[in-house]
Design a protein around this ligand. Sequence first.
Ligand code: ATP
Length: 739
Amino acid sequence: MSEPGSAPSSIGVLTSGGDAAGMNPAVRAVIRTALHHGIDAYAIHEGYQGLVEGGEFIRRMEIADTDGILHKGGTAIGTARSQKFRTREGRRAAARNMLERGIDALVVIGGDGSLTGANMFRAEWAELLAELVDAGEVTRDVADAHPFLRLVGLVGSIDNDMSGTDMTIGADTALHRIVEAMDALRSTASSHQRSFVVEVMGRHCGYLALMASLATAANWVLIPEQPPADDWAEQMCRDIRAGRLIGRRQSVVVVAEGAEDREGNPITAEQIRKLLEDELGEDTRITTLGHVQRGGSPSAFDRYLATQLGCAAVERLLTDDPQTPAQLIGLRGNRVVTSPLMECVEQTRAVAERIKARDYDGAMLLRGGSFRQSYKILQTVQQAAARPTRPGRRRFRLAIVHGGGPAPGMNTAVRAAVRLGLDHGYTVLAVKNGFRGLRRGQVQEMGWMDVSGWVSDGGAELGTNRDVPSGEQIGQIAEQIAAHRIDGLLMAGGWSGYAAAYELHRHRDKYSALDIPIVCMPMTINNDVPGTELSIGSDTALNSIVTDVDKIRQSAVATRRVVVVEVMGRDCGYLALLSGIASGAERIYMPEDRITIDDLTSDIHAMAEGFRSGKRLGLIIRSEGADSVYNTWFITSLFEKEGGELFDARQAVLGHVQEGGDPSPFDRIHATTLTARCIEFLSEQLEAGGRASAMIGFQSGRQQFTDLTSYPALIESDVRRPVEQRWMESRRLAVIMRR
Ligand code: ATP
């Protein structure tokens, strides 16, 4: 019996509309969460078409049926566009098929069309049931047992065009595909000094075009929400010519497929190619990325996002009632949130309507603050290229320094700092080899082209290390800061970088040269610094871990094996927990939870039980700092010994590959946008004669500054991690997902 407040009888999940990477992890999470709560789960194949057809299209799922899909692109349960579901007869058949299986709760994963259809189905449910009873297709008792349809929507769409969520499932993966392709194009374009016009998906939404341009330092971008000024053709040619004059070896223009001019005429890739060839004599090629953007294995973020949302969707269904409108589950400000589904659909459609009505400012307003901010920063970075200095302002001297281990995105940040600093008319100094280099005076003035190509390079060109100055070293640094007349300092780094920056700040009364504004930016794969929920570099590391674990899985599945994968993180379990969720680990050992012998014993029993009931692979993620006695070798040996005939065990220590690799799109975008805020912060302080120092970070998804003076209070005294770690809330998710 399904009544408000009681649990639904059975839950169905379907994917509908265009496919998106991440739909599989979402389906897996819905099914596993339902089973976790003791509710039957059904996968409805081929979207609404399967719901209308019934029969084999609607299949009861066991937990084992969700094995092996987490890492796959597309949707394993198929998607379709169904004409029949648009008809009353179709929806009546769908209701009958559901009732036959006791399904009265649905999770629909799709775009605005699919969610609109779902909402209509919910609204009509009682009438459909009455019609079925009248036609004798369903008994009154059955109809009475399922008086309302519980419904939750998740947005699966590569365009990231839906209100109600900051990120749609699939958008990050699409961005990965685009950025990979554009990095590859850049190398060939640069070799031949060519120009490329890259067309990316996005009929009404410029998200992919905008973010890909930020992440690859494209020279021009055209998006539907913000058509260029009437003289755009001359402007674009002028900017690209200026870029060539300062030594750029390639030019890239990104155009969203729905880009238009201010008259509403489409701007096509071919039109841009012709312009560049005719006006500038550029050898110009077009690359239309097309369906490649939809494909491939989901990124670490999409797997984690989809798992979070899938789990939240089922838990929302448990409390659904007929009085509240159908809800959409999304991510806002890094939190899972629930919003009325149709309000989200309407607001989404309003953007397209504003564009159609040529109310472009209105369209940008609806897109939200971070979209607008990214657009503004992109414009600044692009336009700054054409005018590197601003006359008539005091030339403050800003320095950038790293501290801590290398993190992907460090070069991206230096590039942004140099160019944005020069754009302010400042002198930008780069400190080599961290605070050790600063102490030794390894400081060099940077020019515009010194950072060319750095947006996408992994590693840290300036060099970094874990030196934290103490004693007389502080005085030596003060001398160098005075000698180089450094007015403001940007520290982009990790744990040691924060400690070092704080040391300088703490000694500002003793050494007047240290009485300058300092801003710390979180750049560490470990995500273990204070004042932020997320550090730059960790997304790249997560993708690197997840890709490696996918390969390990493939090799291990053939041999009935438990693999213990050791990941980095020092005293912080962030990488372990998130990579564990994103790669489908059964057990995750982190420094925050002490490992006990009882845990290990019960984990071995659970693993053995799993293998007895058909499991072919066991995956354990262990953070390097989880425990000094129960280390990776110990745990592997224990599982190997106890596995007996059932399974063998191997260890895989991923090591420094996690710190390497070119930065992911997210890390590049965050490195650029945070750097822009840091330069603004330093600029505001200097222009106003201020001396405040701060740590920048993401809190509830927003960029926030925290006073550097509060640093000691925000970190644990005996271990290297912040006092507050919001991501720890996801430990519950890991437990629900494991089997
Ligand atoms: P995408 O953003 O990838 O296009 P979408 O969910 O918007 O995804 P649609 O083709 O609009 O894709 O919708 C998918 C399916 O949802 C349709 O084929 C149809 O079965 C159903 N659907 C859409 N709109 C409605 C509606 N107004 N009433 C009933 N069903 C609908």
